[in-house]
Ligand binder design. Structure first.
Ligand SMILES: Cc1ncc(COP(=O)(O)O)c(C=O)c1O
Length: 383
């Protein structure tokens, strides 16, 4: 018999939509949660070269030292934060980093505050390990930016961690720096662990200058976990390389658990990561300006759209409108797919407050955005 807590993991609404769409023709996908850009060629060459050189064996469990040094150099260059390789653990994507930290630091009954809509993994995984996810709901009319006071109000003696994700999946909301600071302050005042999922930290469209990492706002690394990966910035979702940054005593605990679960992350992928982080970064700015153009296009096409409330997201490649029709998000998205041949992701998996919302991804070219939104408008006008 499988463990009940695993049986209780919710079915994936993303999978449901892809399965439904698979048997259909002429579907426009505004659903994809990964970059449509190619992995940079020098990064591919570095990975192939690593394979040729026989770098196909187990690496150090904490990660290839040269890669961890490159990650330290990245934070020094990008955020003026100095780290040591004993504060960086390389994982099988950011998902492993997040789930390792939750397993290692959340005990049964511990409460974890998350900002809802929230990335699909957080709440189900917290429940699976016996923790209690406490959603603090953000709203479309605020552009899904949280109110730090509401976060503080949700704290109880059982609260152990605050989990922040900016830019956010599924909303694209990019919290103003002042809000990030206030969230860090709330966590500090209440002695909470602070998890910051920064996988979209480079995909920022309106913030002037460098968008800060929580590392620059919270100096106490013994309470801080930064989750990151190569997946989004370098279009490498399938290579499966990510990392967690934390204080060295937490790092030792995580290293042990990592050894007992995945053992090591993809070795050639880490050599590719050295090139990704250390090589020419020029393509990032052209990718970001392309995403920004798409974001603006999508925003203008959604203007005056019947039945939808929208906003302008500041990062990632998602928009999460609410709809005012008398049906839930699963039905809305299934009907949108079957009747208009547009595939979007129902809000259902992102939290209980998201049953009347859905995720549009603009990790697709402008023609697909134009045609997808044209079909959506025609369909919504029927109601
Ligand atoms: C907010 C967020 N965190 C983490 C991840 C996982 O990324 P990775 O491919 O590095 O495991 C994703 C992927 O969609 C995400 O959107």
């Amino acid at each position: 018999m499988p463990r009940q807590s695993v049986v209780d993991l919710p079915p994936s609404s993303i999978r449901m939509m892809f399965n439904e769409a698979a048997g259909m023709e002429d579907v426009l996908h505004l659903s994809i949660g990964q970059p449509d850009f190619a992995t940079p060629q020098p990064v591919i060459e570095a990975m192939v070269e690593a394979l040729r050189q026989g770098k196909t064996k187990y690496a150090l469990d904490a990660g290839v030292l040269e890669f961890r040094e490159q990650i330290c150099a990245y934070y020094s260059r990008e955020h003026a934060v100095e780290l040591t390789p004993e504060e960086v653990l390389v994982t099988d994507g950011a998902v492993e980093a997040i789930t390792l930290v939750l397993q290692a630091f959340i005990s049964p009954g511990d409460e974890v505050i998350l900002l809802e809509p929230a990335f699909v993994v957080y709440a189900p995984f917290i429940r699976m390990i016996g923790g209690v996810p406490i959603p603090v709901v953000t709203r479309v009319e605020d552009g899904y930016v949280p109110d730090p006071q509401e976060v503080e109000n949700a704290i109880t003696p059982r609260t152990r961690m605050l989990l922040v994700n900016s830019p956010c999946n599924p909303t694209g909301a990019t919290f103003p720096v002042e809000v990030l600071k206030q969230l860090a302050d709330v966590a500090r005042r209440h002695n909470l662990l602070l998890g910051s999922d920064e996988v979209y930290e480079q995909l920022i469209y309106d913030h002037p200058g460098r968008y800060p990492s929580m590392l620059t706002l919270e100096p106490d690394r013994d309470r801080l976990f930064i989750f990151h990966s190569l997946s989004k910035t370098y279009a490498m979702t399938g290579i499966r390389v990510g990392w967690v940054v934390t204080g060295s005593s937490n790092w030792k605990i995580l290293q042990k658990l990592h050894t007992f679960t995945t053992t090591v992350a993809n070795t050639p992928g880490q050599w590719a990561g050295i090139e990704a982080l250390g090589g020419d970064q020029g393509f990032i700015s052209s990718m970001v300006s392309e995403y920004k153009e798409r974001r603006n296009l999508l925003g203008s096409l959604l203007q005056g759209m019947p039945h939808l409330s929208s906003y302008t997201p500041g990062g990632a490649f998602y928009l999460f409108p609410r709809f005012d029709l008398p049906m839930d998000a699963d039905t809305f998205c299934l009907r949108l797919l079957k009747e208009a041949k547009v595939c979007c992701i129902p809000g259902t998996g992102f939290g209980d407050s998201c049953r009347q919302a859905f995720r549009i991804s603009y990790a697709v070219g402008p023609d697909a955005i134009r045609e997808g939104i044209r079909r959506m408008r025609k369909w919504l006008t029927l109601f």
